[in-house]
Design a protein around this ligand. Structure first.
Ligand code: GAL
Length: 737
């Protein structure tokens, strides 16, 4: 849809019940539904079954039974209505090969259920019992040096081991038989963070499975040789029995990037196959309860191709751990923006986050005043209908005893537990107000994320090892926030054709088909923004030729009206050389510049490199940022890396309506600091306001009923509120109000 008519619709429908459908309109759901399981959200044990789910991972097997009743008392006091149970309990359930112990699990599920606390029951396969490893050491995965990854931690199993699979599926069936009809078990929590410790497995089973995977994918060895470019360094294969996994090849060796990329895809697929097998083993016995597994989209990771995984669950879940410092809340919003797209705009589940500090970083910073509540409500603002933590009660021993929990070591008379109770009450208020089931109203802009480009940027053979697709996605996301608007983050492989603008930040890999999709999108009136290291390679990691970015045999270049000849890489390592280059509009680039020629008849140069540093690299006067009208649309090229402040200026100047900002390295530019999201249902629209910065903010012109305020004061004039640091305001507007 052309931008003007889209915008008109957005404004005219803003208080109309049709708004409910706007999200679906931009992230086109329909085409994706064919591959997806039906959305199925677990009911609570409340009278209506509705409400925002609230709780955490519960590990009663670490505690004597007399603590269990106290747990339940405290859970009820805090408003907990759901727990994830038995995630690491396989050894308790099956202490020996032929001995099953369900009594303790029956007892705690019963206690929880009678207290109105629903159970998200684990398949319990994340950690196998030690007897299994002793009897079958062949189930252990191997590192790239050929060493077994020993038992004693978690996920010490190979997803391609048939022996392990048999044991795991037996456990799944036993659990389904025992609890499939238990009314207190309302969902299945499969595994735990698949791939956390076995994402890369180099054992012989993996080798054989990889050969079979390659044969299925390529059909002939000639096709595989061509895809991997094996004429380079004389690596041609005569048959699939010569295919290798990228085991250690020597300290300074460089792995064939095509082979490495396929190994990433293979690892993702093997874990997904394993998940499916577990799910289906349970579903054969218990077909009616929803399945989920917790993804890992946060801070520095998005390690699997969750665009595929999301098709295989009945509701999408995520584990999110905060990034301390200035980007804390922005990073949370960014991860959540991807989650909301993975969920196709349906509500999704925070399966884990932390009440305060974790215990796995060098410095484990606690949450600041208000952040325990604020972070949780922020997830709700971004579309989550379930807020859960790792974990309920802080462990007294083991690797995670210094990780924060809902009940800290010091017990219930603590600031932290009081915050947890405050949060429970807040979520109940939001649930009662009708937030649950409403959907996040989406933006007109999609920042495209591609797991394959993320994997590709980790190759050690690129012009710079500092490339990072996910981080560039985050920077663009923050730039949109700074410019006073919000973008969505959408998997490249989904259908984003309903958006007005799409942004490609370091989408290194573009296939011919994806380039053709982009071309159609712009031809039909869309705006595309191509980042500095996008469209350089195809899906086999072959460099597109004829000038950068050559995706689609030059189609991308033609759209942009430019042709890149070389990359100019900067960095501290080039001692005495300039470490940054200025642009004619005052912006600064520090890592990567494309040395381009402008060859489109109508291509406009918006900024060029300038000054003595640029001159040293033959870049003085060379175009840095361009725009080219193409078909009915517009194609922008941002040919160098820029910091968030400069990206925000670019967004404000070119991509948002009436948001022009001053250029200049952020110094004279005031980022917009309050995030506003809307969640819409057939009945109402909920406005969430969250300050992103350190200072309090004043929001005015707010209409509707304030349903929740946290660290937020009502002003003297109507519709004016002061929200203090880490505060939240939620307002409800009825449709047609
Ligand atoms: C997650 C994991 C939890 C716990 C948590 C600690 O990765 O699923 O079991 O270890 O991290 O932050």
């Amino acid at each position: 849809m052309p931008f003007d008519s889209w915008w008109y619709n957005c404004v005219s429908l803003a208080v109309d019940t049709q708004l409910y459908h706007l999200g679906a309109m931009r992230l086109q759901r329909n085409g994706l539904m064919a591959h997806r399981r039906t959305f199925h959200w677990p009911s609570l044990l409340t009278e209506s079954g509705r409400g925002i789910a609230f709780g955490g991972d519960y590990n009663p097997d670490q505690w004597p039974e007399d603590v269990w009743d106290d747990d339940i008392r405290l859970m009820k006091q805090a408003g907990v209505n759901t727990v994830a149970l038995a995630i690491f309990s396989w050894d308790r359930i099956q202490p020996e090969k032929h001995r099953w112990e369900f009594g303790w699990l029956d007892c705690i599920i019963d206690k929880l259920g009678k207290a109105g606390i629903a159970v998200d029951l684990a398949s319990a396969t994340a950690t196998a019992p030690l007897w299994l490893y002793e009897q079958h050491p062949e189930v252990l995965p191997h590192d790239k040096y050929g060493h077994p990854i020993n038992a004693g931690s978690r996920q010490s199993w190979s997803p391609t081991s048939p022996v392990f699979k048999e044991y795991a599926l037996t456990l799944c069936r036993k659990l389904a038989e025992r609890y499939g009809t238990n009314p207190y078990v309302t969902a299945w929590h499969m595994g735990n963070e698949y791939g956390w410790n076995n994402r890369y497995d180099y054992c012989d089973n993996a080798l054989h499975a990889f050969r079979a995977w390659c044969e299925r994918k390529y059909g002939t060895i000639e096709a595989l040789n061509a895809a991997w470019g094996t004429t380079f360094w004389g690596q041609e294969m005569n048959g699939f029995d010569e295919v290798l996994i990228p085991r250690f090849m020597g300290a300074d060796s460089m792995v064939n990037p095509g082979q490495k990329l396929d190994f990433e895809r293979f690892g993702n697929d093997m874990l997904l196959d394993f998940y499916r097998a577990e799910r289906d083993a349970i579903a054969e016995i218990c077909p009616d309860k929803p399945f989920t597994t917790n993804f890992m989209v946060s801070t520095d990771q998005c390690c699997m191709d969750y665009a595929d995984w999301a098709n295989e669950v009945d509701f999408v879940s995520n584990d999110h751990y905060f990034h301390e410092g200035e980007s804390h809340i922005d990073e949370l919003f960014c991860s959540d923006a991807l989650m909301d797209s993975l969920a196709l705009g349906r509500p999704w589940y925070v399966m884990e986050h932390s009440t305060s500090a974790v215990q796995w970083k060098d410095l484990n910073i606690r949450k600041r005043k208000g952040e325990t509540v604020r972070d949780s409500v922020a997830h709700v603002a971004m579309g989550a209908d379930a807020i859960n933590f790792f974990q309920w009660r802080a462990s007294a021993f083991g690797a995670e005893s210094f990780h924060s929990a809902m009940v800290p070591h010091a017990g219930e008379h603590t600031k932290l537990y009081r915050s947890v109770c405050e949060l429970g009450a807040a979520l109940k208020t939001l649930g009662d107000a009708g937030v649950q089931g409403s959907e996040l109203v989406r933006s007109d802009t999609a920042i495209l994320f591609s797991a394959e480009s993320e994997w590709a940027t980790r190759s050690e053979t690129l012009p710079s090892k500092k490339l990072n697709h996910w981080h560039d996605v985050r920077d663009w996301y923050r730039a949109y926030l700074d410019a006073g608007t919000r973008a969505d983050i959408v998997p490249l492989k989904y259908d984003w054709s309903g958006y007005a603008t799409v942004v490609l930040p370091t989408v290194l890999m573009l296939s011919a088909a994806d380039t053709a999709r982009l071309e159609r999108f712009v031809r039909d009136g869309g705006t595309v923004v191509v980042g500095y290291a996008s469209g350089l390679i195809d899906e086999n990691f072959h460099t597109w030729l004829g000038g950068y970015p050559g995706a689609g045999d030059g189609m991308l270049r033609t759209m942009l009206g430019i042709r890149g000849e070389e990359f100019n890489i900067l960095g501290a390592q080039a001692e005495g050389e300039p470490s940054e280059i200025r642009l004619s509009n005052g912006m600064v680039t520090r890592l990567w510049q494309n040395d381009i020629a402008v060859d489109g008849a109508d291509t406009e140069v918006l900024a060029s490199y300038a000054g003595t540093q640029a001159d040293e690299w033959e870049l003085d006067g060379t175009a840095a940022i361009t725009r080219n009208p193409y078909g009915k649309g517009m194609a922008y090229f941002v040919g160098c890396d820029l910091n968030v402040a400069d990206l925000a200026v670019f967004v404000g100047d070119h991509l948002t309506v009436g948001q022009a900002c001053e250029a200049g390295d952020g110094a004279d530019y005031d980022p917009t600091i309050t995030l506003h999201t809307e969640r819409a249902s057939a009945e109402a629209i909920f406005d969430f306001y969250l300050p992103r910065g350190k200072n309090e903010t004043v929001v005015s012109g707010i209409s509707g009923e304030p349903v929740y305020r946290f660290q937020c004061d009502e002003g003297e004039a109507p519709g004016v509120y002061t929200i203090r640091r880490n505060g939240v305001l939620v307002v409800k507007r009825y449709n047609r109000q």
